[in-house]
Each structure stands twice: as C-alpha cells, then as structure tokens.
Design a protein. Structure first.
Length: 150
C-alpha cells in the first residue's frame, strides 16, 4: 500500500501508517501525518490515532523480542555472548526509560525488541513508549501547523 492510499483512508490510514512504522517494517508514518495535515485533517485526532497505532506496532516489536533467545542471536546473527551481556548492562542502567526512544527512526525498533528480549517489565515500557510516541507526533504536528500558517 502506498502513501496516497493511506491518505485516502484518512484517520484509518494514519492509524495503519503508525502501526506499520512501529513494527520492524521500514515505513515512515510522518509522511502520511504531514500529508493529512496539509489536506486539512485535524491535528488532535491525528495525534491520537497515530500514537495509538504506533504504540501497538511498538508493543508487537516488544513481544517479538520477548520471544527471542540468546542462542538465536548467537547462531543466526553472529552476536557474541559478551556483546549481549554488555548491551544488557547498558539497558539495565536506564531500564524501561529506554522506551521513550522507541520512536527513533534508526535504532528505535532495536531498543524496543531489546526491552522485550531482556524481559524489562511491560507496564513501564508501555507507558514510556506511549509518552515518547505522543511527544514525537505532537512536535511534528506543531511544526507542520506552524509552517502552514507562515
């Protein structure tokens, strides 16, 4: 499905774009968001549906990580056990706070999957993930609406 198809679906298309972008599928929901704003869709409903869709996608990535095993990382991805242990130590320093960065285009999905993989408690992860995603979309909406007025 291309972006024009998603924009034709309006708020549902925004939800789907957010959902896809929150998973391991390489997709940019920001393009759909800005396109819908330029087409006259309201910012607040877009913020809600984009954030919820992206959060659900992120939580699915967390779950995929949760199902992972150290042996798989070593066998299929060639990651040494020492690197896994070192990454876990970094992750433990801030724990679920890392979920605030789940929106980052490069590396956000890795963080999210790692939180699941290392069994970081789901409730704080879910809360911080939602906060990060709402803030990101709110900033994009604000910047877009401000630039449309100038």
């Amino acid at each position: 499905m291309d972006i024009s198809g998603l924009t034709e679906w309006g708020y549902i298309g925004m939800f789907l774009a957010g959902l896809l972008a929150g998973t391991v599928v390489p997709f940019s929901s920001e393009v759909v968001l800005v396109s819908l704003l330029l087409l006259g869709f309201q910012g607040f409903p877009l913020l809600i549906v984009a954030s919820i869709g992206n959060w659900i996608g992120g939580m699915s990535t967390y779950y995929v990580g949760f199902l992972g095993k150290t042996e798989w990382l070593e066998k299929y991805f060639g990651v040494a056990k020492e690197k896994i242990i070192a990454f876990k130590a970094k992750l433990n320093k801030w724990g679920s706070f890392w979920a605030l960065l789940s929106w980052v285009p490069v590396g956000g999905n890795v963080i999210t999957a790692a939180l699941g993989f290392f069994k970081v408690p789901i409730i704080p992860v879910a809360i911080y993930m939602m906060i990060g995603k709402v803030i990101r979309y709110a900033i994009i909406i604000y910047i877009t609406l401000e630039s449309m007025q100038n």
